[in-house]
Design a protein. Structure first.
Length: 321
């Protein structure tokens, strides 16, 4: 099942309740609301149409300091050129004062949807994706904004067609805080760590790289403090199958991004250089040959061979397994 089919099967239009003041057909500024995508105690997401398909996000608790910082970042992003980031088209306030912003609807599917449908990604594909995510992180640092979350739910990928093996990556989710599975160890003391910390962002992208290869996040704990202790004292817990198939140079790059000490981690630009030092083209060819060999072996195991005739017998015999 493709990610798009998986999304159509698993997604539903959420019912409109008292927390969602907009219904399909109503206007919000220059946009017409189509449907409610999601809503909780923090944000309402609406699919709308204007000159193009957009997503409108309405903040509920906009008096919080983190919300005010997010609003400042979003207002700056409207006038800034973007690089592998979702484009913020407009910001504003409702008559009751609540803040909303409008961003482009990102084509493709999230990495979480891709993992759910395809399983862990290959090394070459992971390397190309991570380089683009790190490029977006470096651009956000230069812009002075800290509202991007580098998680599998917030990074979108798309391809022009099935023959195109290069993913186009867009960091498409604007967050006030990321799930604690992506927190750096130094962030555990703060129950609501602020985004935009350069070393912590590199750590989050390292967690994402581990997740794309292993299918899960590294060293997960039941609470942020327990997880912080694990990540300070233990190295990444690679599954045996992934550890055997992943070159040590790739695991070393991810281990550097997941260093417990923030000062020991590379910057986003240095991490891009580390990933670029790998010959991803050669790795892709090796992975393609390995996949072809695996498929050929499975096909040969399922092939029915003609039974050879035993000398002196009147019919074929069963071929020994």
């Amino acid at each position: 099942m493709s990610p798009r089919a998986h999304r159509r099967r698993s997604s539903t239009t959420l019912p409109v309740d008292t927390h969602t003041p907009f219904r399909p057909g109503e206007r919000l500024g220059g946009y017409v609301v189509r449907r409610v995508l999601a809503h909780d105690s923090q944000v309402v997401q609406l699919e709308a149409q204007g000159a193009q398909d957009v997503v409108v996000k309405l903040l509920w608790n906009d008096a919080e300091p983190s919300s005010r910082q997010l609003q400042d970042d979003l207002r700056r992003l409207v006038a800034m050129p973007y690089r592998r980031q979702v484009r913020v088209l407009d910001t504003g306030n409702l008559p009751d004062g609540r803040f909303f912003f409008v961003c482009e609807r990102v084509p493709g599917w999230t990495l979480a949807e891709t993992l759910a449908c395809e399983g862990p990604l290959g090394i070459a594909r992971t390397g190309r994706i991570i380089q683009q995510v790190l490029d977006a992180a470096e651009a956000a640092r230069h812009q002075g904004v800290g509202c991007f979350g580098y998680t599998s739910d917030s990074v979108w990928v798309s391809r022009r067609d099935r023959r195109d093996h290069n993913d186009t990556v867009v960091v498409g989710e604007l967050l006030r805080r990321r799930p604690f599975g992506y927190w750096a160890p130094e962030q555990a003391g703060d129950g609501r760590p602020r985004l935009g910390q350069a070393a912590a962002d590199v750590y989050s992208v390292g967690c994402l790289a581990f997740e794309l290869l292993a299918g899960r996040l590294p060293l997960l704990g039941d609470s942020p403090k327990q997880q912080s202790l694990l990540r300070r004292s233990e190295s990444p817990d690679w599954p045996d199958r992934v550890a055997r198939s992943t070159p040590s140079c790739v695991r070393d790059i991810i281990a550097r991004q997941l260093a417990p000490d923030p000062a020991a981690r590379p910057t986003a630009l240095e991490a891009v250089a580390l990933w670029s030092s790998l010959d991803l083209g050669a790795i892709a060819r090796i992975e393609a040959l390995s996949l072809l060999h695996t498929r050929s072996s499975r096909l040969a195991a399922r092939t029915t061979y003609p039974r050879p005739e035993r000398p002196g017998s009147s019919g074929p015999t069963r071929r020994p397994d």
